[in-house]
Design a protein around this ligand. Structure first.
Ligand SMILES: [Zn+2]
Length: 79
């Protein structure tokens, strides 16, 4: 007898990219009805990167991050 130990794959629709993905592609969220985030991991990661970039711009106005020196450089704006 072959036992099926694997959980059936449940496809969940991501409300961000609207793709149907297995529930393993979603982070857990105890506050939601199905126990999963409404956004897939890919969208969540992309969004947190975007928020971080926006926060950097917010906390470093008029500055740009220099990847080679790892420092915030002033942007020279000539009016
Ligand atoms: Zn998505």
């Amino acid at each position: 007898m072959v036992g099926n130990m694997k959980q059936p794959i449940v496809l969940v629709r991501c409300t961000k990219c609207e793709a149907h993905k297995p529930d393993t592609e979603f982070h857990k969220n105890n506050n939601s009805s199905n126990g999963l985030c409404c956004w897939c991991k890919e969208c969540t990661n992309a969004n947190s990167r975007r928020i971080r970039a926006e926060l950097n711009t917010y906390f470093h106005p008029g500055e740009v991050y220099n990847k080679s020196t790892h420092r915030w450089d002033k942007v020279n704006v000539n009016f």
